[in-house]
Design a protein around this ligand. Sequence first.
Ligand code: GN1
Ligand code: MG
Length: 372
Amino acid sequence: MITNLFDIEEIKANYKFKGEYYDFKTLNQGHINNTYLLLFDYDGTEKCYILQQINTAVFKDPDVLMKNYVDVTEFVRNKVIQAGGNPKRESIKVYKTVDGKPYYLDKNGRYWRVINYIINTVSYDFPDNPDICRRTGKTFGNFQKLLADYPAETLAETIPNFHNTVSRYADFEAAVKADKVGRAASVQKEIEFVINRKKDCSVLLDLMEKGELPVRVTHNDTKLNNVLFDKKTGEGICVVDLDTVMPGLSLYDFGDSLRFAGNTADEDEKDLSKVKFNMDFYRAYTEGYLSAAGDSLNETEVYYLPFSCKLMTLECGIRFLTDYLNGDVYFRISRPEHNLDRCRTQLKLVEEIENLYLEMLAATQSIYTNLK
Ligand code: GN1
Ligand code: MG
């Protein structure tokens, strides 16, 4: 069967799948890669694989990307084995092609990878209760710890300057100036909002330069739906979407995660009155995160946890606005003003975080002190 999405015969000929292929489902949760679930009948039982098309407009060097991806997933797998866990459920495995490659380049020049599908798990697009946040914080805290002794120098930057907020700001300024698709005049309010917060963009990088914030190996895309929870136990068992694992700051992961999990509304909600920052979710996430990673963080990292929520939300708002100004060339959109709607929720959330800032600082310090 040839769908316009992929040619299953070509994919099948290049991988050693178990069983007879019978169908696929589209699993497009993210804004970047295209993801499908391939279904096979293996002697009467269903066997599933994940097929992903790598977005080469975003990840420009698939060889570098897949080297990182394989190295990181194997590192995680070995750690899981060492800790007596179940690598099939707690780590990602990259299936090699018949010629032993970690990806398949199809006849149309598209890059594909096949990874394991972890059954009996659930992921969330919205945290229904603080406990989900606590478990997410714990899972990302553990992930941070697990990568603590990863040899960072062997890791390439799959997207250079990914969370470099100074360079994100410069890209935004350039997009405003170029005004490629003539949208700048209609988003003056959003542009002003960002310009007024230019100073925030250099705070963490300055601390990094001074050696007060250590460079670590981080995930860099810690959205709630990048954690798989065990259906039975409810525990976070596997962190997915590892394309952006690179050297970074722990605060990038913490802030980015709460940008998403702390928002009471969807990332693309049009009704901004629904967009609030949920302090109960913040407290629960922070408890989970610090219980897992707290003893490996320094005091500056802990002090800047609330600020990182503001900064990473601002960064994401800047990225959506920049993409809107550039004519929607980066994030997948499903309606004309999608990136603008996303940008607006993020900027509203920045304001909410600013208003709660002192409360967040106090909560963080008290959680940290209680854990010590
Ligand atoms: C993208 O692919 P996805 O949806 O997990 C983006 C993140 C953004 C996020 C915003 C490689 O993540 O950086 O925070 O959208 N990933 C990349 O929802 O740019
Ligand atoms: Mg994702």
